[in-house]
Design a protein around this ligand. Sequence first.
Ligand code: CAA
Length: 309
Amino acid sequence: MAFYTQHIRRGFCSSAVRSLAIKHVTIIGSGQMGAGIAQVAASTGHTVTLVDTSDDILKKAVKGIEGSLKRVVKKKFADKPEAGEEFIQKVLKNVSTSTDDGAAVQSTDLVLEAIVENLKIKQDLFGRLDKMAPAHTIFASNTSSLRISDIASSTSRLDKFGGLHFFNPVPMMKLVEVVATSATSQETFDSLLNFSKVLGKTSVSCKDTPGFIVNRLLVPYTMEAIRLHERGHGSKEDIDIAMKLGAGYPMGPFELSDYVGLDVIKFIMDGWNALEPDNPLFAQSELLNKLVAQGKFGRKTGEGFYKYK
Ligand code: CAA
């Protein structure tokens, strides 16, 4: 298959190829990931338009950004609270919001999508925006489990389409996975690498395969921890302690699942299970299915594997 032979680009390899300096970013989707990316982009001098379906959702997202900025500033400007407040105001000034995605892409360098993990919805979105965004605009998806080339297929800018995968919490996590499809141009890839660098992140180049590097390893590991618990090999608490103290992970697999969202984990697994039903790494978990069916998605709903105040 083509993607097994596609070479992984290591970045900045072609000195003759220019890269686009990304100054304005339009982020579609103002959930945890979209808002986090908006915060980091605005903090590093980019102007950002954050797009979602209602003003209420956007207000909540901007409030979240402000809260997160306060946490950042508490450390970064520990001795200079006034400079910290100034920084927050400067960053917030860089963020505007819109419920009109068509208008929001009319003058932008990068459209970054962080909406629901549904291929058809992502394809429809990009197909529509493709007709409204300027020719130079790069499109990127923050998908955690889908193939970029499948999402890009609804557009006519395959050379200007790539993947930029961030991690939660975006202001804290230092990695960005940069993904080129077989059609992504070197200029686009270099622009995405350069953008990640300007954001202060470290990037790795990934093949366009579901889950890229991190989720392809992290999600099956998390699922195996849940199945281990289901098989009676350990309590959630003990497994979490074991992986934190025995493997040096900052969170155990149950804490991390609650943090990421059980609905997100299940959605990723369901997609991969449909692709490879016989792969034991992608086997279903009754416990996970039950919690998701009960609306217990983790921290965001107040309960998942654990309860939160
Ligand atoms: N914004 C700003 N600062 C934050 C923050 C946020 N959202 N979250 C944490 N911080 C900073 C703050 O400075 C905080 O101090 P305060 O509480 O005083 O504000 C400091 O980090 C310490 O935070 P905590 O005390 O809450 O706990 P911690 O030391 O364990 O750090 C953590 C929190 C960074 C989240 C850490 O636990 C961690 O790295 N966890 C693993 C996260 C991870 O694996 N993420 C990847 C998930 S997979 C994914 O995202 C991909 C996908 O597609 C699903």
